[in-house]
Design a protein around this ligand. Structure first.
Ligand SMILES: C[S@@+](CC[C@H](N)C(=O)[O-])C[C@H]1O[C@@H](n2cnc3c(N)ncnc32)[C@H](O)[C@@H]1O
Length: 242
């Protein structure tokens, strides 16, 4: 089975309606102290300032492996450009970890680059013949690394939109890494370097933290909507009686 759709988080509708803090408060009694502590630890280490864009990815196993690495490293978002074919990933490889990240879909690499540049990201084109190494990437500012298709590599258009060309060093006869391997090696190094420069494990702001906390508290809770509605009406009643 393959998942062709990017993940949209069902609970976001509730967060939009009630607000992140209300969703969090309503869900808190359902979670153990250990679960709450684990969520805070993962939130502490979430990074917005390193992200990845995949241009025209073909193999769903590579898509899944990239998602899994991205989540494990602690990044928040994966961008996918679907100009040639829809992004898909095999759930057998992600084993559900896609629910912890955002997958943003773009129809064209130009649109993707525009969104990222407007948000202040520097763009690095990952290509085996790049002239910038992993330790030269300026991780004191937000950075997105753009990876190409398994067969054709990055398009000229994508290369042209990027600020620099990044190569992961290789010392064998092989001319390129497997796509998902190059993603994992790259983000692991950049994330560690960004954490070292920041002097803390994560960089998400309060608003993003509140959103993710609400999502993660409510994730998988059956009847979440009814629980939140009950919580809100109890709060309203208390305010009225006070
Ligand atoms: C299997 S490679 C594609 C090889 C393709 N023939 C080319 O020349 O780019 C898939 C993608 O992985 C990334 N990649 C693989 N090896 C890399 C390396 N050593 N440095 C940077 N990126 C690499 C690139 O983004 C590439 O487009």
């Amino acid at each position: 089975m393959l998942c062709a759709v990017a993940v949209t988080h069902p609970v976001d509708r509730l967060i939009e309606r009630y607000g992140a803090d209300t969703v969090t408060e309503a869900m808190r009694p359902l979670l153990t102290d250990e679960r709450i502590a684990r969520i805070e630890t993962v939130l502490d280490a979430r990074l917005d300032g390193v992200t990845v864009a995949l241009e025209n990815l073909h193999d769903p196993h590579n898509g899944a492996a990239a998602i899994r690495s991205l989540e494990a490293v602690g990044l928040t978002t994966l961008h996918v450009v679907e100009q040639v074919e829809k992004f898909s990933f095999s759930p057998a490889v992600t084993v559900g970890c896609e629910k912890w990240i955002d997958i943003r879909r773009h129809k064209h690499v130009t649109a993707c680059a525009g969104v990222l540049k407007d948000a202040g990201y520097q763009l690095y084109a990952a290509c085996p013949d790049g002239d910038c190494g992993l330790d030269e990437v300026a991780v004191n500012r937000p950075v997105c690394v753009v990876f190409g298709n398994e067969h054709q590599g990055l398009t000229e258009r994508a290369r042209g939109l990027c600020d620099r060309r990044l190569a992961v060093s290789m010392h064998g006869f092989t001319q390129s890494f497997n796509l998902s391997v190059s993603v994992a090696v790259t983000i692991h190094r950049l994330a560690e370097r960004r954490r070292a420069i920041l002097g803390r494990p994560g960089d998400i702001d309060r608003q993003k933290r509140a959103l993710l906390r609400a999502r993660w508290y409510a994730h998988g809770v059956r009847g979440a909507e009814a629980i939140i509605a009950r919580h809100v009406s109890e709060q309203t009643r208390q305010v009225c009686t006070n």
